[in-house]
Design a binder for this molecule. Structure first.
Ligand code: ATP
Length: 347
């Protein structure tokens, strides 16, 4: 079993608490992302799992056993860093072989494993080259091969793609995911890129200020965030203030039926992609005026003013409206999330 369990992890740097009761369970074979803004404690968490840092409180288990007092090299967890950290004076085969040598694996086994790993990352034929002869993506693949060569129980990826340009980043991301799936290795990916987290992970842990605020599948986090803070982390949203009464959500701009009966003041969260702009017709409920337009090829970002409210919309470019155009604003309330005012709970 190589599930990872973090229990009540607390970490101080000086008198600054950078991890504040972090709890997390990564099931065997899962790929999860730690997602959060710079400085929220992602790398510190990863370093604690790897054994590069000691927590001030709490426990970490790999499988069923605590690894807190187990040295780095015996934990069965390897980290791949953003800047590869390959040994410049060793060739590619020697780089990949390094951990196996340290573990005193015999020579024939080492050579077979290096061959297998270089095939896995599609770099067979590169054995004799040196790191400075490789591109960024190739170096990242060597770093991955080196990490996987020792057959770790747990793979820790610290922003491994962020030094690569956009296309290469996407390729490396897909490639790493394929390998992760093939080897079924329990993996934690640290990233501040929401799309990367959404596209690669079985689950995402959103970290803010040293705490995990929500942990769930990409769809749960995107569709059902527990707070506006989490929602906004996945992109700008619209909020309409109003109240729920007798099964109706009532606001200045719209009143719609809901499945809730509580009497509560709420903010309704509406995603920009859930607002459709149409040509106004006779039975149009909400009329808006286009205030701005940003064309992004496959999408158009609009802001529309309706009943003094500024609404952000993302539309497919089937019909393009101009600034100043009158439009019908069609809100899809099926995906609305209601946040009770001043509380972090969804209904
Ligand atoms: P980034 O995405 O920028 O790498 P992060 O979420 O990984 O950020 P950490 O690197 O874990 O954040 O840092 C968390 C906090 O701890 C930050 O405020 C950082 O300045 C502080 N910190 C990290 N390492 C140390 C250290 N060795 N000594 C003192 N403070 C540190």
């Amino acid at each position: 079993m190589s599930q990872i369990i973090l229990k009540n992890i607390i970490k101080f740097f000086g008198n600054k608490k950078v991890l504040d009761d972090v709890n997390l369970v990564v099931k065997e074979g899962e790929m999860i992302s730690l997602l959060g803004p710079s400085g929220c404690g992602k790398t510190t968490t990863l370093n604690i799992v790897a054994g590069l840092l000691k927590p001030d409180n709490g426990d970490i288990l790999i499988g069923d056993s605590s690894i807190l007092n187990i040295p780095v090299e015996k934990r069965g967890a390897v980290i791949v860093f953003q800047d590869y950290l390959l040994f410049p004076h060793l060739n590619i085969a020697q780089n990949v072989e390094f951990g196996l040598k340290m573990a005193k694996v015999d020579k024939v086994k080492r050579q077979n494993q290096v061959k297998r790993m270089l095939e896995l990352v599609q770099l067979d034929g590169y054995e004799k080259k040196y790191p400075n002869e490789l591109s960024g993506g190739q170096k990242q693949r060597v770093a991955l091969a080196r990490a996987l060569a020792i057959e770790p129980k747990v793979l820790l990826l610290d922003e491994p793609f962020s030094n690569l340009d956009m296309r290469l980043r996407e390729n490396m991301r897909d490639f790493t995911l394929q390998i992760q799936r093939k080897l079924k290795i329990t993996t934690i990916l640290v990233t501040h890129d929401k799309e990367e987290a959404l596209m690669t992970s079985d689950k995402i842990a959103v970290m803010l200020d040293g705490k995990i605020r929500q942990f769930g599948t990409p769809t749960e986090l995107y569709q059902r965030p527990i707070s506006p803070e989490i929602a906004d982390f996945f992109g700008e949203k619209n909020y309409i203030s109003g109240y729920i009464n007798d099964g109706m959500f009532v606001s200045d701009i719209v009143s719609v039926k809901t499945e809730y009966n509580e009497h509560l003041s709420v903010k309704a969260m509406i995603k920009p992609e859930d607002i459709e702009l149409l040509e106004p017709s006779n039975d149009t409920d909400i009329i808006g005026i286009v205030k701005s337009r940003k064309y992004a090829g496959d999408r158009i970002y609009y802001t529309v003013i309706a009943n003094d409210l500024e609404l952000k919309c993302i539309s497919e470019p089937r019909k393009i409206y101009d600034v100043g155009d009158k439009v019908e604003v069609n809100i899809d309330f099926n995906n609305v999330v209601f946040f009770p005012l001043e509380k972090e709970v969804i209904l």
